[in-house]
Design a protein. Structure first.
Length: 289
């Protein structure tokens, strides 16, 4: 099975309303007067990080990518649970984990450790508290909304290339990304849909448009870039930038800076229309497992 087939099979098991049909960045669980937001991400050696990357940076990124999912829901982090595969450089991992927990002011609540002879595999579950109801989803975009991006793309791509091939680009956007938690909480009351950009702007825009049963008409030149202009087409597809992609009704007075990169239209020939041309399929729009 590929990833899409496996997730489609899981949807038959995830019949709780809190699971949001496994079509969102996180689960949303009502508990008394509170609404909890829960998410989980995994990282695998040689798949999610190259050998040149320190385990301290891997630990930081593991925390950051989970918190980015909370940011897309406008949630306040409450804590994390770690799943850890013991191996070489455990001390470096702990150092990076501690740095991330301090930087993002989030407590470690528990988890599990295993010993494996295979590639190192780490997972993290992040728990958050919703700060706005309804909690933003991928599926709320409406025709007439604007499409916006908070943050820039391409920095992670340049950082990865500097790390693995040499060069003078800053590696931090790839090795130590910063989740936009404050921005997500500020945007939550104003957006119609929101998600973080993890697998490529175009692929994630396709997913949001598909979830909302609309089309996104995007202007590639309007997308904020943290890479040379000559790499714009690559940056649109690369991912790992953890910017916030969102839609909002036209004329909304947004509380933070964000670039308008397109508009939402009635579902047309494709979920994404890039620079006036309908994109026929999503196979080359971003990263897939």
């Amino acid at each position: 099975m590929n990833e899409l087939d496996f997730i489609a099979a899981l949807r038959a098991l995830a019949n709780s309303e809190s699971a949001r049909g496994l079509a969102d960045d996180a689960a949303v669980l009502k508990l008394g007067n509170e609404t909890l937001v829960l998410t989980k991400d995994m990282m695998v050696e040689s798949v999610h990080w190259p050998r040149e990357q320190s385990l301290a940076d891997v630990a930081w990124k593991l925390v950051a990518v989970n918190l980015s999912d909370l940011a897309a829901k406008g949630a306040e982090p409450l804590g994390v649970l770690l799943g850890y595969s013991l191996g070489a450089n455990d001390a470096a991992f702990l150092k990076g984990l501690e740095a991330a927990l301090i930087a993002f002011d989030v407590p470690l609540l528990g988890g599990d450790t295993v010993k494996s002879d295979g590639p190192s595999t780490f997972s993290l579950t992040a728990l958050g508290r919703a700060t706005h109801i309804p909690v933003p989803s991928r599926s709320g975009a409406q025709p007439g909304d604007g499409v916006f991006l908070c943050g820039a793309i391409g920095g992670a791509m340049m950082g990865f290339e500097a790390l693995t091939q040499g060069g003078d680009a800053d590696t931090a956007p790839f090795t130590r990304p910063a989740p936009l938690l404050v921005q997500g909480r500020a945007l939550a009351p104003h957006v119609s849909a929101m998600m973080d950009v993890s697998d490529g702007l175009l692929l994630d825009a396709w997913r949001m448009a598909e979830a909302s049963s609309v089309s996104f008409s995007l202007d590639s030149a309007a997308v904020p870039l943290a890479a040379p202009e000559t790499r714009r087409a690559d940056a649109l597809r690369w991912g790992d930038d953890y910017a916030l992609l969102f839609t909002a009704p036209d004329g909304t007075d947004l509380p933070i800076d964000a670039a308008r990169i397109g508009a939402v239209a009635q579902r047309g020939a494709a979920p994404v229309i890039l620079d006036g041309t309908a994109v026929s399929d999503s196979d080359k729009l971003g990263y897939r497992h």
